[in-house]
Write a protein that binds this ligand. Structure first.
Ligand SMILES: [Zn+2]
Length: 125
């Protein structure tokens, strides 16, 4: 089940209004209100999970796009300053094939080192 952005907004606003007691429930029985609440919670959970999935997909795409410009390897080490591979390994900063580069994204310029050919370059993120 895939929600559109518009549906997502509607679900989030329903959820908020319902739980803030700002939804018009006049004329509804307790049973109906309970059922509505469950429906709203269920949709809200789905939309949250969809948002999380989309975020993960974006991050996965971003990670796989970061490759060595020289040899194309994605076996990289990253740091906010250049550092040797020995230091990187000792510091536990050696990154796997996919890497944990997302943590660096948004922190300005990052120096990346290729573990295969030793190339180093700055990636603006
Ligand atoms: Zn390389």
């Amino acid at each position: 089940m895939q929600f559109t952005k518009e549906e997502g907004r509607q679900i989030a606003s329903d959820w908020f209004n319902f739980h803030q007691g700002q939804m018009d429930l006049s004329g509804m029985t307790d049973e109906e209100i309970k059922a509505l609440g469950q429906e709203i919670d269920r949709k809200y959970k789905e939309i949250s999970e969809q948002g999380k999935r989309e975020q993960e997909e974006r991050e996965a795409r971003m990670k796989t796009e970061i490759r060595c410009p020289k040899c194309g390897s994605n076996q990289l080490a990253a740091g906010s300053k250049g550092f040797g591979l020995g230091k990187a390994a000792a510091g536990g900063l050696l990154l796997g094939p996919v890497g944990l580069l997302s943590g660096f994204i948004g922190s300005g310029q990052v120096t990346l080192s290729c573990l295969r050919c030793g190339n180093r370059w700055k990636a603006g993120m």
